[in-house]
Every structure is written in C-alpha cells, then in structure tokens.
Design a binder for this molecule. Structure first.
Ligand code: AP5
Length: 223
C-alpha cells in the first residue's frame, strides 16, 4: 500500500503521517524532513537545497525523486509507506510510478482554508532536539517552549516567515494542486476536511484506510 498525503503547507500532512505510521505501521517518508536533515548535516545536497527551501521554492525534481527512491527501496517499506510532501508535481508523480510500479495506492488530500493554514504555520514551533512539532495556538507543550519528548528548546522553521509562507502557498497552487485532477483520473483520490482537532482529522483518514483503500475511487468528491 502506498498512501499519499496531499495538501497545502500547514494542512497537517506531517502530523497525520506520524499518526498513520503509528496506527497502520507504514513508515512515513517525508521529503521535507529528509531535506531538512541534509541541511542540518551540511551535506552538499543540503547546502544547495537550503536556499531554495528558505525562499519557498521546490527543490530539483531529479534530486527529490532520487531521495525518495532510495528511501522506499529499504526493507521497512516493503509492505508500504506513507508519503508526506511527495509528489509535488506531475513529473514527480510519474517518477514515483516508475520507481515502484503496480503498488496499490490511495491519495488523501487534506483540505484546509488559506486563513487557517497561515495561522497554523505562523504559530508552528519545532523542537530543535528531536524535531517534534508543536503549535503555540493549538498544541502547546505542558511547559512553555520545552519539548515534552526530549526537553529540547523550540525553534521556528525558516520557511514559516510570512513572506515565505505566501510563496509556498503560491507554488502549491501553481504546481501541486494539479495532482488532484491527476489522481482523480487515476481513480485513487479521496478528500478529507482538515479542520477540527488533529484527532478529528485522523478519524476521517483512518476511516478511509480502514474502509480499505481497496475501494479507492468511491469517495472522490472534494469536500
Ligand atoms: P515540507 O516540509 O513538505 O513542507 P510543506 O508541504 O509546506 O508542509 P509543512 O511541513 O509546512 O506542513 P504540514 O502539512 O506537514 O503540516 P504540519 O503537520 O506540520 O517541505 C518544505 C520544503 O522542502 C518545500 O517548500 C520545498 O522547498 C522542499 N520540498 C519538500 N518536498 C519536496 C518535493 N517533493 N519536491 C521539491 N521540493 C520539496 O502542521 C502544521 C502546524 O499545524 C503544526 O504546528 C501542527 O501542530 C498544526 N496542526 C496540525 N494539524 C492541526 C489541526 N488539525 N488543528 C490545528 N493545528 C494543527
């Protein structure tokens, strides 16, 4: 099974991907996380990607397809995986199909309106120790500014500045939103409302997955 979480910046792909991994056992493969790790490690790829990411632009397709190909070829992905942030355009979607052909697939778009996205992104904070994601408005830790998992301190993603958020939303509309039609035509698209609590949203996603993505194509209307 290949589960593709689709949706604009801040809709909750990473948050929901973690929950899907925990409940259903498919590892989450996040291109954003892989790239941020490369940036933090100061690898040659990370150094090149950093400027693009900090401006809200996409990283080169071949690079990202290569990273995903390497990750999903590992043994833990044999039964399936959850993709968060990939594919981002039709070229990447086709690259994925070529790398891992014939795998059963479900695409879940998490729909959130733009004002709520901006609100979530501006108040997101990330633990600089373990990468856990919090939100100053919606998901605060018990002790302000301190990660509940590892005690690390919070930082703000460089690309969560207002002007970069605007650019990321523009890039999403221009390039990634086209995937909705692409996957609708493939008969694997499902849309869920991304408003409400994290648990509310996960309930909708889990219902789809429990219902058997085997029925892919039945719940195709965009909410
Ligand atoms: P990436 O990291 O993938 O960023 P994104 O797609 O913009 O998504 P985000 O990580 O910002 O948001 P999310 O949807 O995961 O939301 P989250 O769960 O964190 O990519 C970053 C960059 O890397 C790109 O701009 C690009 O440069 C590069 N890149 C990555 N993939 C690429 C690719 N395939 N090709 C080329 N370049 C690529 O939640 C957001 C906040 O909201 C959190 O604070 C969370 O706690 C909160 N929250 C979550 N759910 C709820 C809820 N239900 N209610 C209230 N708050 C909530």
């Amino acid at each position: 099974m290949r589960i593709i979480l689709l949706g604009p910046p801040g809709c909750g792909k990473g948050t929901q991907g973690d929950l899907v991994e925990k409940r259903f056992g498919y590892p989450k493969v996040s291109t954003g996380d892989i790239l941020r790790r490369a940036v933090a490690d100061r690898t040659p790829l990370g150094i090149r990607a950093e400027t693009l990411m900090n401006k809200g632009f996409l990283v080169n397709d071949e690079i990202v397809i290569g990273l995903v190909g390497e990750r999903i070829s590992r043994p833990d992905c044999r039964e399936g995986y959850v993709l968060d942030g990939f594919p981002r355009n039709i070229f990447q979607a086709q690259g994925l199909e070529e790398m891992d052909p014939g795998r059963r697939e479900i695409v879940i778009e998490i729909k959130v309106d733009e004002a709520a996205l901006i609100n979530r992104l501006e108040s997101r904070r990330v633990c600089s120790g373990c990468g856990a994601v919090y939100n100053l408005k919606f998901y605060r830790p018990a002790q302000d500014g301190v990660c509940e998992a590892c005690g690390g301190v919070f930082s703000r993603r460089e690309d969560d500045r207002a002007e970069v958020i605007a650019e990321r939303l523009r890039v999403y509309k221009e390039q990634t939103e086209k995937l909705v039609d692409y996957y609708l035509k493939k008969g694997v698209y499902h849309g869920v409302g991304g408003e409400g609590t994290v648990e509310d949203v996960f309930g909708r996603i889990a219902a789809l997955l429990n219902d058997g993505a085997g029925k892919a194509g039945e719940n195709r209307a965009r909410p």
